[in-house]
Design a protein around this ligand. Structure first.
Ligand SMILES: C[S@@+](CC[C@H](N)C(=O)[O-])C[C@H]1O[C@@H](n2cnc3c(N)ncnc32)[C@H](O)[C@@H]1O
Length: 254
């Protein structure tokens, strides 16, 4: 069985600085997509984020898009530095990552008061768990999510289709019947590096092969929408061609 060992020491702060310290066309499209997927829900209930890493951006976008924030957040990731970053922001540590660029964008574009978003998110019940998603999930997470999200995870964790499908099964497992599923992928990614020579694997996914990969993982979505997202110009790194966003309501019969 593969392991998530590559991610145990994920460079959390470097990652946040590189990808979330400004809002270009990619983050604009990503946050709009997450907000659109959740806006009509009104209430988020329990949100599960699979491979959430250190980044709270999608949680900010969901919270901004809905009247009440999440009641509970189940945050699953293999990297201890990632969980420390999340905990640091939640507890308002002075050296926590500065999300001003993201919060300012939400205020300007979605009309969401940053202070209100922060308070609602910090007011939720957080369940931060260091978990290797390859190893399966504890039974108490079966069907727990009213909203289940995963962004830039399965295609950034393996170059093997069967392993991508195995990781994607966690979406189905953690979703209640009818849960809102919100997914985002790096489109046509090559293997990539972050802060050092570590080479992370990648599986090339796009709007053409994702439907069958999701079907094989049992992620059957009513009202499924799959949309290609843009790429920052000039591309910050070669080796990918934008993003792909997927959303819909899980039908558990699959
Ligand atoms: C590219 S980052 C994406 C982080 C975040 N979702 C975001 O939107 O920026 C990939 C994340 O997947 C996590 N990950 C990869 N494989 C995993 C596994 N088997 N179990 C748990 N987490 C995993 C890594 O720790 C890392 O945080």
């Amino acid at each position: 069985m593969p392991t998530a060992a590559l991610f145990f020491d994920y460079p959390a702060r470097f990652y946040l600085g590189k990808y979330y310290s400004k809002v270009g066309v990619e983050n604009d499209a990503f946050m709009r997509s997450v907000a659109d997927a959740t806006r009509r829900l009104g209430s988020l209930g329990t949100v599960v984020e699979l491979g959430g890493g250190p980044s709270l951006c999608a949680m900010f976008a969901m919270t901004a898009a809905t009247e009440s924030g999440p009641e509970r957040v189940v945050w699953l990731d293999a990297g201890a530095p990632n969980l420390r970053e999340v905990q640091s922001w939640l507890s308002g540590q002075p050296d926590a990552f500065d999300y001003s660029a993201i919060l300012d964008w939400l205020e300007a574009e979605l009309g969401a008061s940053a202070q209100n978003v922060i308070e609602r998110l910090r007011g939720a019940r957080w369940d931060l768990r260091m978990i290797d998603l390859w190893a399966g999930l504890p039974a108490d997470l079966d069907g727990v999510g009213d909203v289940v999200g995963s962004y830039f995870v399965a295609e950034c964790a393996t170059d093997c289709e069967a392993e991508f499908i195995e990781l994607t099964k966690r979406v189905r497992q953690t979703s209640r019947d009818g849960a809102q599923v919100v997914l985002a992928y790096i489109r046509a990614s090559s293997p990539y590096r972050l802060h050092d020579d570590t080479l992370y694997p990648a599986l090339a996914v796009d709007e053409c092969n994702l439907p069958s990969l999701l079907d094989l993982a049992g992620v059957s979505l009513a009202n499924r929408a799959i949309r290609r997202g843009p790429i920052d110009e000039p591309p910050p790194r070669p080796g990918y061609s934008g993003m792909v966003f997927v959303q819909g309501q899980l039908t558990k019969c699959a």
